[in-house]
Design a protein around this ligand. Structure first.
Ligand SMILES: Cc1ncc(COP(=O)(O)O)c(C=O)c1O
Ligand SMILES: N[C@@H](CCOP(=O)(O)O)C(=O)O
Length: 521
């Protein structure tokens, strides 16, 4: 049975390179509330139950009362700097400023004071993060905020808007790996099994928390806005609704699934359905947010990526801090591939692991500007007009994070792959037939895996993680079309159409006998 003293003594044995706060002689408070809370979760003895919070106190009140827990992290800092600059960059901005671009018009990045973080060694960070998993302690019950010191170190836990997102399942794709790819160490990180059904929750909790803080600081923000292919708007509207902040979403008319469209509507967002594509909506929201006091929630805003990067840290954590060989991520606006790189890189720089995985970014052939750029030997980037794809959330021709993606791929010995409509739908159907229920974007990532396995780039024993970015239930129409063979010019080889049968036992028995004599593989 886990106890506070076990957690405490194991943590206190890790080395802090300076200013060890667990053994700080100035501190009157020894074991931190985090570990007291762990104990009450596992230990049912009456003496331990007494440490539970009072019945009239909620988890935010409790976190407030236990202030020493957060004040001990006062040494950590983060700020905006131009992308690919260090913490000491001459151009920098407080996270409390409303700024999305550098003076030169380039991207920004949230840069952490790595020297301060490095005062604690890798073993310390691993143990701290591990100690927070699966608890309800505010705000660490979230997979994002369990890494708060690396995300938004300075935000008051009181200002955080969280649905305890993250901590998503890492699914061992045993049958898919063995049967179709001869692999035994294939995993799917289900980032779409989440509050609003996509990985966007990871970034949105950070962005909306910061907006919540800015509003309390009386910054004149009337709302938060985004352009979206569906998932960003779903996450934005849900987190804003939870915090009572107005949200405004720009959607390309008739280009997103019904399940995605209904999410911002239900959550009370102001929804504009615009007769253009995502790139058109993105252009409009950028103009609007430069004119009106509406905060921009797309991943052009680097705050989002601070939350998204925690999925990479979680993967390492779920493998007990062993580094996988490959991580495959579907790419559209291209913030997420950089977020994964950043998460892995921070773990390496801070000594939690000794290397990073090779990254693969997978695009739909119908919306493949990164793939074309990669194939040109990174010669010249040309935006494309994105064509319709079943992977509708990545129907993006002019990705805002192109420079971030290229940086991530170059620094991880990365690869870019593409998937045709038939390939991605077949891969999705194949995966579903082994017990998954994935979205078409995950089908794009699986196609990349299939291609790289076939060409021998990925070996059968390589530990590989495919990132599943949205819940399959958001994309049921594409699955129905596939399984009813209703897609023009597509064979739908793995379709599993329902059989129409008369309501009498004879007909039912005939159909069953025929089926049982020719079972599917
Ligand atoms: C389901 C899904 N998968 C993948 C992506 C691609 O992520 P990114 O835009 O960060 O490349 C998106 C959004 O763009 C998405 O909604
Ligand atoms: N797929 C996205 C597109 C916008 O991406 P973002 O990460 O820049 O917000 C969506 O769901 O809208």
């Amino acid at each position: 049975m886990a106890t506070a003293s076990v957690f405490y003594s194991s943590l206190s044995s890790f080395s802090h390179k300076s200013k060890p706060f667990y053994q700080n002689p100035a501190s009157k408070h020894r074991p931190t509330p985090t570990f007291i809370s762990c104990t009450s979760t596992f230990d049912s003895t009456p003496s331990v139950l007494k440490t539970r919070r009072a019945a009239d106190e909620n988890i935010k009140d409790e976190a407030r009362r236990q202030r020493e827990d957060s004040s001990r992290h006062g040494e950590f800092r983060a700020k905006y700097v131009p992308f690919n600059s260090g913490f000491d960059s001459p151009e920098s901005y407080s996270l409390d400023e409303i700024v999305y671009r550098s003076q030169s018009g380039g991207l920004l990045d949230v840069q952490h004071d790595m020297d301060a973080l490095k005062r604690y060694d890798g073993a310390y960070w691993r143990a701290l993060f591990d100690s927070r998993v699966g608890k309800t302690k505010w705000p660490y019950g979230s997979g994002v905020w369990s890494k708060k010191e690396w995300v938004l170190p300075e935000i008051d836990p009181d200002d955080i808007v969280s649905a305890f997102e993250g901590n998503s399942n890492l699914f061992w794709a045993e049958r898919f790996g063995k049967q179709f790819l001869g692999m035994n160490d294939l995993w799917v990180k289900h980032c779409g099994i989440s509050h609003t059904g996509s990985f966007k929750d990871l970034g949105m909790t950070v962005l909306v928390s910061q907006v919540n803080r800015l509003r309390k600081l009386n910054r004149p923000l009337v709302g938060v806005g985004c352009a979206s292919t569906g998932d960003t708007s779903a996450a934005l509207s849900a987190y804003c609704a939870a915090a009572g902040i107005p949200s405004i979403v720009f959607l390309p008319a008739n280009k997103i699934s019904i399940a995605q469209l209904v999410q911002p509507i239900a959550n009370g967002a102001f929804v504009l359905s615009i007769d253009t594509d995502f790139d058109g909506c993105m252009k409009l929201i950028r103009e609007v947010t430069s004119e009106l006091p509406i905060y921009l929630a797309n991943s052009l805003n680097s705050l989002r990526l601070e939350g998204q990067k925690t999925a990479a840290i979680e993967i390492l954590q779920q493998f007990d801090w062993e580094v996988p060989d490959w991580v495959i991520v579907p790419g559209g606006n291209l913030g997420n591939i950089y977020a994964f790189y950043k998460g892995f890189k921070m773990c390496q720089e801070l000594g939690l692991v000794d290397r990073i995985p090779r990254l693969v970014c997978a695009q739909a052939k119908n919306a493949n500007p990164l793939y074309l750029y990669y194939k040109s030997g990174w010669e010249e980037f040309k935006p494309v007009k994105a064509n319709t794809t079943f992977a509708s959330a990545i129907q993006i021709g002019d990705p805002v994070s192109i420079d971030r993606a290229v940086y991530a791929l170059k620094n991880s010995n990365g690869i870019v792959e593409e998937a045709t409509e038939e390939e991605l739908m077949d891969a999705m159907a194949h995966a579903d037939s082994t017990g998954m229920f994935i979205c078409p974007h995950t089908g794009v990532a699986l196609t990349a895996l299939i291609k790289l396995r076939r060409s021998g780039v990925i070996a059968p024993t390589d530990r590989t993680v495919v990132v599943s970015t949205a819940h399959g239930l958001k994309f049921t129409q594409s699955k129905i079309d596939y399984h009813t063979k209703a897609i023009k010019n597509m064979e739908c080889r793995f379709a599993n159409s329902p059989v129409q049968v008369k309501p009498d036992i004879g007909s039912v028995m005939d159909v069953l006998q025929k089926h049982l004599m020719n079972p599917p593989n």
